[in-house]
Design a protein around this ligand. Structure first.
Ligand SMILES: Nc1ncnc2c1ncn2[C@@H]1O[C@H](COP(=O)(O)OP(=O)(O)OP(=O)(O)O)[C@@H](O)[C@H]1O
Ligand SMILES: [Mg+2]
Length: 294
């Protein structure tokens, strides 16, 4: 085993141990007692929520970018988030992933993992994958190599290039083959990532996240810059992920939202302005005012 693999293993173990400590310290004594039934690293969704934010606020130089934000997401749900520029959508993802610490509030992964007690790297290891708007694949590597690499490095640590080759075991090979089909790149395994279209690079990056089998995926403006056909295929892809993973998708493209959405949450000025089906929120007077009246 290479030193970096050992270090990754140690990091994962530390993240799990910390998760266990949080679980053991929970106010609900019953939950701590039932911990033995939950395998380590699993997220407790017995209360029907994989992600839970309550009264979260953060200010930047006195400006409240997130303002008493409360929101929760059910396991397997595909939640769409819309809202005007500057509403706080990306900042909310920064808070969930540990990139930004809120000034106040509660952020839980499942009912027992307090995300505010974890670092960005630990949060990724706990099973929250994040896709930024710009694709960040390795252009000089093939599609296959990018996916293989995703197994060896943490999503937030991609600059580290492991020095030794490692061989996929059969479960990992199966997973890679499955992911290739899911992201519509099975015919492009040997192509250099740098030669893919913008949309294909986005899919490859989603594939890299899927290699780690995340429980929750956060996707910030995934179809920005895509052709109509790529957007349609991305909608198919997300619908195929729903149920197996929980997804939070931020987008401005309303026809894309219309295709994939069940519940849509409208953020404005750092808190939830409205929530419901796309039809319901689009007919909400306050939402109309925010989008058209400014
Ligand atoms: N690190 C930061 N320092 C200062 N201000 C910030 C920081 N991050 C975000 N902001 C501000 O917080 C507000 C919310 O920004 P955010 O990027 O979350 O909006 P958004 O909803 O993602 O917008 P968009 O749709 O344009 O991506 C904006 O006014 C932004 O300028
Ligand atoms: Mg944003």
């Amino acid at each position: 085993m290479t030193p970096d693999l050992m270090e990754q293993g140690a990091q994962r173990l530390r993240a799990r141990q910390e998760a266990q400590e949080v679980q053991a310290n929970t106010e609900s004594g019953g939950r701590a007692a039932s911990f033995g039934r939950i395998s380590t690293g699993e997220v407790d969704v017995t209360h029907g929520r994989i992600l839970y934010l309550e009264d979260v606020s953060v200010s930047f130089d006195g400006f409240k970018a997130i303002n008493n934000l409360s929101l929760d997401i059910a396991p397997g749900e595909l939640r769409c988030i819309i809202g005007p520029n500057g509403a706080g959508k990306t900042t909310m993802m920064d808070i969930i992933t540990g990139k930004t610490r809120p000034d106040s509030g509660t952020v839980f992964f499942g009912s027992t993992i307090n995300l505010l007690r974890h670092t960005e790297a630990q949060i990724a290891q706990l099973g929250i994958g994040r896709k930024f708007q710009k694709p960040t694949v390795f252009e000089h590597l093939t599609v296959f190599e990018n996916l293989e690499l995703a197994l060896r490095t943490q999503p937030n640590d991609r600059q580290v290039w492991p020095s030794m080759r490692f061989k996929l075991n059969s479960a990992q090979s199966d997973r890679l083959a499955e992911v290739l089909v899911t992201i519509h790149l099975a015919d492009s395994v040997r192509r250099l990532a740098g030669n893919l279209s913008h949309g294909q690079k986005q899919w490859l990056e989603i594939g890299m996240l899927l290699m780690q089998d995340p429980k929750l995926l956060l996707l910030d403006e995934p179809v920005a810059g895509m052709t109509d056909e790529e957007t349609a295929r991305t909608a198919e892809l997300f619908l195929s992920l729903k149920g197996k993973h929980s997804l939070m998708v931020v987008e401005h493209d309303m026809s894309f939202i219309d295709t994939i959405s069940d519940i849509v949450t409208v953020l404005c000025d750092g808190s939830v302005l409205a929530q419901g089906t796309l039809d319901q929120v689009q007919n909400n007077e306050r939402v109309i005012e925010v989008y058209l009246g400014r």
